[in-house]
Design a protein around this ligand. Structure first.
Ligand SMILES: C[S@@+](CC[C@H](N)C(=O)[O-])C[C@H]1O[C@@H](n2cnc3c(N)ncnc32)[C@H](O)[C@@H]1O
Length: 538
């Protein structure tokens, strides 16, 4: 497909912005096959298994979203397509240094998508749809429509209206401030935009009536001023920033034989779980359309960003939102669906006060103490034991079970409990059995040795790890096979603490032990440990 001049100038400008301002590529937990598989299952779809998934990411930059996933999911394969040669080279260097053979970045324009790439179980385009031309938007959905497996799931995120109307005022202010400054670098343009933005904001703040009238604009201005320069450069100075309403996105999906499933952020899709009154209103306004109900919700919430989950139109007949209705949570089909999952609790013991039912509260307390990973069989066993210990009457058990299911669903929707059908591998440290497989050590080494300029590493859930250090790497190399605590603490003492002659040997031992305790826990939390079943201590 031939490109016109404006398109080429825009692309060039986009690439210069990336070069000048830099860009750090993040892992995103909402985009993993494990999350998308669980989401699809929750609403009645039958998505491909995450463990062996074929995943395609469009607009992958340096690969920060898929590189760590590849290390955590060695049986899955990941391909990222990215226009920028520079980003692809840097990302592929990290992949090469990490010696990962199940992930690659391919330089290319999606307009020239290689049709021979075949089908994918999951297709991701994060922060892409609203940053490209209409022609590319069409092509993006065309690729999803033609290359997604029949039961596959796609994820597309984008800036959205109505929230972005106010953001657009800030963008226009920044563009206006830079009018006539074509010779400036993008760094200078961001600085000029931010300086002018602060000045305008400060003037508004001087007058109470203006402050009140422009409160939304001030809020948007404040949030932009606080963002990193590279982010402001991309959102506010790139040639394309073209938000849309959810209903427009949904129309575009329909035109491509695709169907809207829901938002990766369940609070935008499963309102009834946490607010029956709003849900009733949405139901009245759009009785037959989930997407239209969510569009009305966006008007109420002034939503600025959407993370849409999509399936093929032919698969959409199976979608059910029954789980979001508290009145249906304790029906057999919904309980059966919930029983499919393994959960991870993200809230801590301080939050337990929110549970009214004391047996449910006790259950969550025990689950948190045990590390927070659970399935419903385990949770129900704990609940029954708590019921016995409390000497409660038989009549109290079934209501407590119902409350437990409701609480689990409510916090899945609110984001306090993660749910997976294929739970990301994560093992607790066991002395003499746990070790760090080489693929994780290689990944962390590749990131520590320069990769961190371009990407963040991710844990097994694909949350960014912001603080990978030389000490992590040293410990991972040390724990390349199961070892005894005494072997490890001696090595730690010799490597890190024995040089400090101001400390007594006893103190050095204590510090080595504290380091060992911290790092073994950290490795387990990050999902970098595997446990050997039969190997002995070496
Ligand atoms: C806003 S960034 C988002 C990147 C990444 N997904 C993230 O969320 O961090 C969009 C990326 O898409 C790339 N891109 C733009 N047009 C493209 C095209 N036609 N084909 C492939 N990649 C493209 C850009 O170079 C850029 O790296």
């Amino acid at each position: 497909m031939a490109k016109d001049n404006t398109q080429m100038v825009n692309e060039e400008m986009q690439q210069t912005i990336y070069k000048e301002l830099g860009y750090k590529s993040y892992p995103f937990p909402f985009t993993t096959p494990a999350y998308l598989e669980a989401y699809g299952t929750l609403v009645g779809l039958k998505p491909p298994t995450a463990k062996t998934a074929r995943v395609l990411e469009l607009g992958a930059t340096y690969g920060g979203n898929i590189i760590s996933q590849a290390a955590h999911n060695p049986e899955a394969t990941f391909v990222g397509i990215e226009l920028s040669q520079d980003q692809v080279e840097k990302g592929n260097k990290i992949i090469g240094d990490a010696k990962l053979d199940n992930v690659s970045l391919v330089q290319g324009d999606i307009l020239n998508f290689d049709e021979s790439m075949g089908n994918f179980d999951y297709i991701i385009a994060h922060g892409f749809y609203s940053w490209i031309s209409d022609e590319m938007k069409d092509k993006l959905l065309d690729i999803i429509s033609n290359h997604l497996a029949d039961n596959g799931i796609a994820y597309v995120s984008y800036n959205t209206y109505p929230g972005w109307h106010t953001m657009e005022e800030v963008r226009q202010l920044m563009l206006f401030a830079n009018r006539g400054h074509d010779e400036s670098t993008h760094k200078e343009k961001v600085l000029r935009g931010k300086t002018v933005g602060s000045l305008v904001g400060a003037q508004i703040l001087n007058y109470d009536n203006l402050k009140e009238r422009n409160s939304k604009f001030l809020g948007a201005l404040r949030s932009v001023m606080q963002k990193d320069d590279y982010y402001v450069g991309h959102d506010h100075l790139e040639p394309h920033n073209d938000p849309c309403y959810l209903y427009q996105f949904n129309d575009h999906l329909k035109a491509n034989n695709l169907a809207y499933v829901g938002d990766a952020d369940l609070t935008l899709s499963m309102v009834r779980t946490y607010d029956e009154s709003i849900a009733d209103k949405l139901q009245q306004l759009a009785p037959n359309s989930q997407a239209d109900q969510e569009q009305y919700l966006d008007f109420m919430l002034d939503t600025t960003f959407r993370k849409s989950i999509i399936c093929k139109a032919s698969a959409a007949k199976d979608i059910s939102y029954a789980v979001s209705n508290p009145a249906e949570v304790n029906t057999i089909p919904v309980r059966t669906a919930i029983n499919n999952f393994t959960f991870q609790i993200l809230f801590d013991e301080e939050a337990l006060e929110m549970f009214e039912n004391s047996l449910v509260k006790d259950t969550f307390q025990a689950l948190i103490k045990d590390g927070g990973t659970f399935n419903m069989i385990e949770a129900l066993a704990i609940l029954k034991a708590a019921h016995e210990v409390a000497n409660a009457s038989d009549d109290e058990l079934e209501p407590a079970v119902c409350s437990l299911y409701k609480a689990v669903v409510e916090h899945m929707v609110r984001g306090g409990i993660r749910f997976y059908k294929t739970f990301p591998e994560k093992q607790e440290y066991m002395e003499g059995l746990s070790y760090v497989p080489t693929r994780f050590t290689n990944l962390v080494k590749a990131i520590a040795d320069g990769g961190s300029e371009y990407i963040y590493g991710g844990n097994s859930f694909n949350d960014a790890i912001g603080d990978i250090s030389e000490e992590d790497l040293m410990f991972m190399e040390l724990l390349n096979k199961p070892k005894s605590k005494s072997t490890l603490t001696k090595k730690i003492k010799d490597t890190i603490f024995s040089a400090d002659k101001s400390q007594t040997g006893k103190h050095q031992n204590a510090m080595a032990e504290a380091f060992y305790n911290e790092l073994t826990k950290r490795m387990g939390d990050l999902g970098f440990l595997r446990n050997k079943k039969t190997d002995g201590i070496s």
